[in-house]
Design a protein around this ligand. Structure first.
Ligand code: ZN
Length: 184
């Protein structure tokens, strides 16, 4: 089974920038690479929409996932807000996708239990990568890069790995559940 991991932003698009200069695009890529590794260890095939610091359009990201007929699409981002106290983890799915919602709930639960952020819950959003992908798709906001404490967490390889393991476990739980349903 094939899974597409989408590290948000890249190249000329840095995404959000932390108070200490941490770039969202770098965190997204580091976590995405770790997710791919964990999924491969679990026996899945992982495809990245980018594996280096390069610009990839939103349309190209969903097109790649559709072309490779992946079972699940996971976009990885860091949040940002003008209110520097804002913190926590949230996961988005497309408003009309019930499978996307189930997947989002499973990944969100693992992220909270394994990485310990404030639970901001599962939310709906009409994001292009969620709208244009033909499979259950989610967009994870790991934490707020605009919050000083969370910026430091996002920069830590140990925390990055906890996020990555959580995403992998959530995806695995979702796919195992789906597969079982099909057998029964
Ligand atoms: Zn982003």
């Amino acid at each position: 089974m094939r899974i597409c991991i989408d590290p948000g932003h890249g190249g000329r698009d840095p995404g959000a920038v932390g108070q200490d200069g941490l770039l969202e695009k770098d965190v997204n890529l580091a976590v995405a690479k770790r997710v791919a590794k964990h999924l491969e260890n679990m026996g899945y095939e992982a495809i990245l929409t980018r594996s280096e610091d390069e610009y990839v359009s939103l349309g190209a990201r969903s097109k790649l996932a559709n072309l490779h007929r992946v079972s699940v699409f996971v976009s990885i981002h860091c949040n940002s807000a003008e209110n520097r106290a804002a913190q926590g983890t949230e996961t988005f799915c497309y408003p009309t996708s019930s499978e996307g919602k189930t997947l989002a709930e499973m990944v969100q639960r693992e992220l909270i239990s394994r990485a310990g952020g404030k639970d901001r819950g599962v939310k709906h959003a009409n994001f292009q990568v969620l709208r244009e992908t033909a499979m259950p798709a989610i967009l994870v906001e790991l934490a707020f890069i605009s919050n000083e404490d969370e910026e430091h967490k996002l920069a830590s390889p140990d925390v990055q790995d906890a996020y990555a393991l959580a995403i992998s476990e959530g995806v695995d739980t979702y796919l195992v559940g789906r597969f079982k349903e099909r057998v029964l």
